[in-house]
Design a protein around this ligand. Structure first.
Ligand code: ZN
Length: 395
């Protein structure tokens, strides 16, 4: 019988989604009668492309995987900005109790942090305009909700997939597919039918690239739906684009000339943070697909940094348990050996440790925030990270 080749939470918690060498290491240690208390840190030594910062997402799913194991977990809150070399998560416990979880824990963080970071970059590029996650069709459906959650926490205003939205407590966001026009035969019939069938809360967004030139279709949509038309969407195929910005400019011109200034322009198809800025003067929102759902992963690695209370790690890494501290007054940030207290910043402000207790002996220390709160936090983190990057450039 046909089936999906996916692992369940039960498989993950049972340590089955593990590279076999961890199982073999564990079997070897058991045979030797050795188990030691270790501290493991998860860090990324570099970031994809030219990223100055990343956003870490996936902590809630790491908790789902590790909850109940006799380990202590500390981490940056979900949606936090981080920099290369900074630990985003720390796990302390007997190696035998969590060593086999390394593959799964990294897998839960690397992909979703990459997605959240790319979503944040697109949202930033859109300079306040709407960005919606449209990329579920490019990834396995079993992981679409977690990828769209990361896109949302990273800064997307909405997600297109019904199940993703349900899990996030949102209304799914979408317009109309080309199929509706193709099945009903023309734009006017499709718009009138859509308008009759849809409840009022669904915005009337006309897809205007199916049969004819976008500017004529946009004018037709505005004439057919009048005040009810909230936006037109251009998903113009690549082989018809030519100068896409010019095409959008024409659509705006023709709509405005006929008094349809209230009609927004929404664009989708092959967009990323590099394509968006040029379109900003003309567009009100973007649907971003592959660039977000298939974003470069963050190459987090898990390293043991302490064994039986003593600093010990592999070459190329800093040993000892570390902390990321940030000044509450000036925002200065440092990587330092973990300590009881960190004293004052040269500016007079207090250093605050950024990794927070998440699990103690497998028990959740405090309830995790919901996705809306995480997104607000992430947006503020991105603003801070952008200011920090600008300040660094000025130096
Ligand atoms: Zn300071």
């Amino acid at each position: 019988m046909a089936r999906l080749y996916t692992a369940s939470l039960e498989d993950i918690r049972a340590g089955k989604v593990t590279d076999v060498y961890f199982e073999r290491a564990l079997a070897t240690l058991r045979a030797e009668g050795v188990d030691k208390h270790v501290v493991a840190e998860i860090t990324s030594s570099s970031l994809p492309e030219d990223y100055a910062w990343g956003l870490v997402v996936g902590l809630e799913e790491v908790v789902a995987a590790l909850e109940g194991l006799p380990v202590d977990v500390d981490g940056l809150p979900e949606g936090s900005a981080f920099y290369p070399g900074e630990p985003v998560l720390r796990i302390a416990g007997q190696y035998g109790d969590f060593g086999v979880m390394e593959t799964a824990v990294l897998g839960l963080l690397c992909q979703t942090s990459g997605v959240a970071t790319k979503a944040a970059r697109c949202k930033l590029a859109a300079a306040g305009r709407t960005v919606v996650s449209f990329g579920a069709r490019r990834i396995h459906p079993a992981v679409a909700p977690t990828v769209e959650r990361a896109a949302y926490v990273g800064g997307c205003d909405g997600v297109a997939v019904v199940r993703s939205a349900e899990l996030l407590g949102l209304e799914p966001t979408g317009t109309m597919p080309h199929a509706l026009m193709l099945v009903l035969g023309d734009l006017k019939s499709a718009l009138l039918a859509f308008d009759r069938a849809m409840p009022d809360r669904v915005p009337r967004v006309a897809l205007v690239d199916t049969f004819q030139d976008e500017k004529f279709a946009a004018v037709e949509a505005a004439e057919v739906l009048g005040e009810k038309l909230s936006a037109v969407r251009l998903d113009t195929p690549g082989n018809r684009r030519g100068n896409f910005a010019k095409l959008i400019e024409e659509v705006r011109w023709e709509l405005d000339l006929r008094g349809h200034e209230q009609v927004s322009i929404f664009v989708s198809g092959g967009l990323d943070e590099h394509a968006i800025p040029e379109l900003n003067p003309l567009c009100n929102g973007y649907g971003v697909g592959t660039a977000i759902s298939h974003a470069p992963v963050i190459n987090f690695a898990l390293d043991l940094v302490e064994v039986e209370g003593r600093p010990r790690t592999k070459r190329g890494k800093k040993s000892g348990t570390k902390e990321v501290i940030q000044c509450s007054a000036c925002g200065e940030r440092r990587l330092v050996p973990r300590a009881e207290a960190y004293g004052a910043c040269p500016c007079g402000g207090q250093w605050e440790p950024l990794l927070r207790p998440v699990l103690r002996r497998g028990e959740l220390v405090e309830p995790l925030p919901g996705p809306q709160a995480m997104r607000e936090y992430a947006l503020a983190q991105v603003e801070q990270a952008t200011k920090r990057a600008e300040a660094n450039e000025c130096e």
